[in-house]
Design a protein around this ligand. Structure first.
Ligand SMILES: Nc1ncnc2c1ncn2[C@@H]1O[C@H](COP(=O)(O)OP(=O)(O)OP(=O)(O)O)[C@@H](O)[C@H]1O
Length: 620
């Protein structure tokens, strides 16, 4: 079973030296009911929670029944291991039972307990693709990697059809068959410790989308960006991990290797977002690898991957007949085309296959997919309201701010949203709130002026909007007469999701988000949470780009955006369900390079008013 966030940057990452291991001593023979006795011989491998040993049948038979072979692999997991759920057998057992017979998954002959171990007797396999990659000088040929691709895809297709995602696709979990057997060139997918259902077991419907930022499962090097961001697993995640695995096997490295430190996962995820398919797939490679990568990176949460089309991309690269490095799933193959100029024709065929199979992304979709460069934009959120007066000011210098705000106050307007871009301020004022008073503070180089905020809290004001600039100056707006009964805020260099979860349990909800700093300084988030709001439930969507997919998903479920903020690395959106169901306001969002002055007037004509504004990273 894999650890929660296994780090695997070291190339020589598996020690097989028994001197260095502190693993519990396993029995020297295994006798499970219905099975012959197996003598336990050398250790074949070990993982986070268990060890796998060779088992040799005590009384060997010349011809053995397929379900009681002479040699097996025996996986031992201590009954007190953390990997065993609620003191019961390892979770992986359940998964193996549910998916038995799946293509490319090793056979399980027996499961049982003996001498303080959960024991699983399984089909004996050979070295992993990682071992082969290492033995071959840390790079594998195109035909070899194309075979790995087709076989892994076929196995994943079957696994996904059974309602499971693997959750940890990587070279170490792709094993060849046992050496010196007819299966020695077959590929198997092992380690189902992180496998999860992505459909409900009863209805087989796709599980609803959800993001739990900070929750990570898998292996950092190969994990999908969605896994890094805590989105619940779906089929696209296995395919993204497979795409990274293929690049690793071909090139010998991935651009995000080498990050260290506490925020390694964050740095790796950011680098993945900053790297597009073209950057990963080197120029001389057949285009199938790039086309596959582009297609899987563009998959939606519940979209069914086009496995057959992906396999069709790689098949022509696997070689023919006996020259093929691995056995691949047999399909009727078209005769090889007669071509002149071999390399060029091969590349064209991948592009053509992609187009025929609907894999090529149209140019506009390509632009929306990971572009490989980070860009900041204005995010404005509009809400439908009864006609009212609204004013916006943008590119406002600190010296001019008071003049604009006091003028608005004179007209009976209050500040409802603020933002900062390139040292200048944006302020939205309108007549929507019927509050009893407002105060604001513009600081110079101090993000969130604690003393002033505390003083205003004592006078019955609550923070209703906040923004920060690159040099940590901040604009804090506090309003009197909200229904809230208590307020708390947190300033942190990473998005404080754990703190938010704790406060949710205390009946607080996020009511404002502000950010400050720049990539050259430290970036900071300020999240304000208030008690007794009108919200019933909240979710957070956070990404290294504007989290459109999550926003649309939650809009459909009745959630509306009620807070948003962005640093120059990430954008976060908080969406809420109101306590009173029904009547959710119409909401629209806009992302623009410049402040959307021209669009705002158009929106006003449709009674859509700016509700929230932020400036920060929206593009990857
Ligand atoms: N059927 C098998 N035949 C031969 N070797 C095997 C077999 N299954 C596993 N191994 C070897 O044992 C190692 C550990 O197996 P596995 O990944 O299933 O254990 P794990 O405890 O779940 O590991 P991890 O913590 O890395 O996820 C594998 O990397 C592989 O080298």
């Amino acid at each position: 079973m894999s650890s929660m966030a296994a780090s695997d940057e070291d190339v020589s990452h598996k020690s097989e030296d028994p001197e260095q291991d502190e693993l519990p001593t396993v029995p020297d023979r295994v006798a499970l009911s219905g099975m012959p006795i197996y003598l336990v011989e050398k250790r074949l491998g070990k993982g986070g929670f268990g060890q796998v040993c060779l088992g040799r049948r005590l009384q060997q038979r010349r011809s053995t029944p397929a379900n009681k072979p002479n040699k097996v692999a025996i996986k031992f997991e201590s009954t007190s291991s953390k990997g065993c759920s609620n003191g019961g057998p390892p979770y992986e057992w359940q998964v193996y039972t549910k998916i038995s017979g799946c293509y490319g998954i090793p056979k399980i002959f027996a499961k049982g307990t003996q001498a303080g171990f959960y024991i699983m007797v399984m089909e004996l396999l050979g070295p992993s693709v990682w071992d082969v990659w290492n033995a071959e000088g840390q790079a594998l040929s195109v035909p070899y990697v194309a075979c790995v691709a087709t076989e892994a895809l076929r196995a994943l297709q079957d696994l996904h059809d059974r309602g499971y995602v693997h959750g940890d696709v990587k070279p170490e979990n792709l094993l060849l068959g046992a050496p010196d057997t007819p299966d020695a060139t077959r590929l198997y997918l092992v380690d189902l410790g992180l496998a999860q259902r992505y459909t409900s077991s009863g209805t087989m419907c796709h599980l609803p989308y959800h993001q739990n930022p900070n929750e990570f499962r898998g292996t950092i090097r190969y994990a999908s960006v969605h896994a890094h961001l805590g989105r619940i697993s779906s089929r696209r995640d296995d395919l993204e991990s497979l795409a990274y695995t293929l690049v690793f096997l071909l090139s010998g490295c991935l651009p995000w290797q080498g990050f260290q430190g506490e925020d390694k996962g964050y740095q790796v995820c950011k680098k993945k977002m900053d790297t597009n398919a073209e950057m990963l797939c080197l120029k001389g490679w057949p285009s199938a690898f790039r086309v596959f990568m582009e297609a899987v990176l563009a998959l939606k949460y519940d979209e069914e991957p086009k496995y057959d089309a992906y396999m069709a991309l790689f098949r022509p690269l696997t070689g023919h007949g006996a020259s093929r490095p691995l056995t691949i799933f047999p399909v009727e193959e078209p005769p090889p085309k007669k071509v002149t100029g071999r390399k060029r024709a091969r590349d064209d065929s991948a592009e053509n296959t992609a187009a025929e199979l609907g894999l090529s992304l149209p140019e506009d979709a390509r632009k929306k997919a990971r572009t490989g460069w980070a860009g900041s934009q204005w995010i404005t959120v509009y809400v439908k309201r009864k006609p009212m007066k609204q004013r916006y000011h943008y590119n406002v210098n600190a010296d001019r701010l008071t003049t604009h705000v006091e003028k608005g106050y004179g007209e009976g307007l209050l500040i409802t949203a603020v933002a900062s871009s390139k040292g200048l301020w944006a302020v939205i004022m309108d007549a929507s709130a019927k509050h009893k008073g407002q105060a604001y503070k513009l600081t110079n180089g101090v993000f969130m002026p604690r003393d002033w905020i505390t003083e205003k809290w004592d006078q019955g004001y609550y923070i209703t909007a906040v923004a920060g600039s690159e040099n940590f100056s901040s604009l804090v707006v506090m309003t009197k007469g909200t229904k809230w009964t208590q307020q708390s805020y947190k300033v942190d260099s990473t998005f404080p999701y754990e703190w938010i979860k704790k406060k949710w349990r205390e009946n607080f909800h996020v009511t404002s988000i502000g950010t400050a700093g720049s990539p050259s300084t430290k970036q900071q988030w300020a999240v304000v949470m208030s008690r007794d709001t009108d919200f019933r439930h909240q979710v957070v969507e956070i990404d290294f780009q504007y989290p459109s997919e999550g926003i649309h998903y939650h809009w459909d479920k009745g959630y509306r955006i009620t807070a948003c903020g962005a640093t120059q690395h990430q954008a976060a959106v908080v969406m809420s369900l109101p306590k009173r169901a029904g009547g959710e306001p119409t909401q629209e969002t806009l992302r623009t390079g410049e402040f959307p002055a021209a669009y705002v007037k158009e929106k006003w004509e449709r009674d859509l008013y700016i509700d929230l504004v932020a400036y920060g990273r929206t593009v990857s």
